[in-house]
Ligand binder design. Structure first.
Ligand code: G3I
Length: 332
């Protein structure tokens, strides 16, 4: 097998990880990131409030630092995100007039996409627009400030602006909970497909769907449904990528060995489904080492032990599932 080391870089489907400026002073981490990742994904640095904190005042310094790092290391990069329910600056959410809000959205996309042009292989144009639980919800789309003020047309407006501003980056609809078994997840997959068809019917470019891939160690993946989803997208000429893979482990009892074994099973199933329908464009984990992870803050373990969501542990040692992931990406 191919060892989980720098030698895996550049083989097969690109592997990437999300990174933040905050981690940068950690030299061991930086070396690991440089050795292992084909692709860099700024975790927060291209989100709306960070890039345009005040109307008309753009700050690209934090994003540029990461993109320059990627460039210096021969890594590609991708961006997130223009439309999201979170991380919007107060000035934006204060705009009441729909026409003015649409103008603000289009101007933001034009400025940011133009600034990054040629440096990003893809953009999450919209993030998390599908209703969390479509059965419980009035409509297929998530109830966000964008939906309330602009209606569903904020989605085509954003894709159209992105296509105009960057003709080469792949334009992605990104969402979570698209891999599990059950009616709620079937509905969420169906809604994504219907959004894709509507954009295509309106002749608006959408190139790929991003599956975030925040897995839960004890939540069953519907391998067949995920593969069918990928095949359905392929039939529409739309690609697939995993954008935020990690494994949330608060349900697993036991120590590191039990947690990592459960993670390996669920990541294996995820890859079976993801690769079963079409060849994914890239697989990206939401961080690289357990040393820095978002799960600890949001869904900590009840036994107080550290979470282990990422491919490398807090001592920068690879988990078994990282070796498996790299092998499968190399061979695809
Ligand atoms: O950097 C500041 C720090 O200076 C300040 O002292 C501190 C106080 O709150 O905040 C720090 O910024 C935080 C930032 O993460 C950096 O760690 C923000 O408050 C916090 O809101 C931000 O959270 C991010 C979150 O998205 C919201 O943008 C997480 O890092 C990031 O992992 C998370 O990512 C999301 C994806 O975009 C979408 N899918 C789910 C995923 C996990 O929630």
């Amino acid at each position: 097998g191919i060892p989980a080391t720098a030698s895996a870089r550049g083989t097969g489907i690109p592997f990437g990880a999300a990174i933040q400026n905050e981690y940068f002073d950690d030299l061991g981490y930086r070396q690991l990131f440089t050795g292992e990742c084909d692709l860099v994904m700024p975790m927060n640095e291209l989100k709306f409030a960070l890039v345009q904190p005040e109307r008309g005042q753009f700050d690209f310094s934090r994003a540029d630092r990461l993109l320059a790092f990627a460039d210096a290391n021969g890594q590609s990069a991708r961006g997130t995100t223009f439309v999201w329910w979170s991380t919007n600056p107060p000035w934006l959410e204060a705009i009441e007039d729909p026409l003015d809000l649409e103008r603000a959205l289009v101007e933001h996309i034009e400025r940011v996409a133009d600034h990054c042009k040629g440096r990003l292989t893809s953009w999450d144009v919209v993030n998390e627009v599908v209703a969390h639980d479509p059965q419980e919800h009035r409509g297929p789309l998530r109830d966000t400030f964008w939906l309330r003020r602009l209606g569903p047309r904020h989605i085509p407006v954003a894709f159209q602006a992105a296509a105009r501003a960057d003709p080469t980056a792949r334009l992605v609809l990104n969402d979570y909970d698209l891999e599990f078994r059950g009616p709620r997840f079937d509905q969420r997959r169906a809604i994504v497909l219907s959004i894709v068809r509507q954009l295509q019917k309106a002749d608006i470019r959408i190139d790929a769907v991003g599956i975030q891939g925040h897995l839960y160690a004890h939540q069953e993946i519907d391998v067949e449904a995920l593969a069918r989803f990928g095949a359905d997208l392929k039939a529409l000429g739309v690609g697939l990528l995993a954008t935020e893979l990690d494994v949330i482990d608060f349900q697993v009892r036991g120590g590191p060995a039990e947690i990592d074994a459960a993670a390996s099973r669920v990541v294996g199933d995820f890859l079976d489904g993801l690769m079963g329908g079409q060849r994914p464009e890239t697989v990206i984990t939401w961080g690289l080492t357990d040393r820095y992870n978002w799960v600890e803050d949001v869904m900590p373990r009840s036994d107080g032990a550290p979470c282990r969501p990422l491919p490398f542990d807090a001592d920068l040692r690879p988990k078994d599932w990282y070796g498996m992931l790299r092998r499968r990406l190399s061979q695809a």
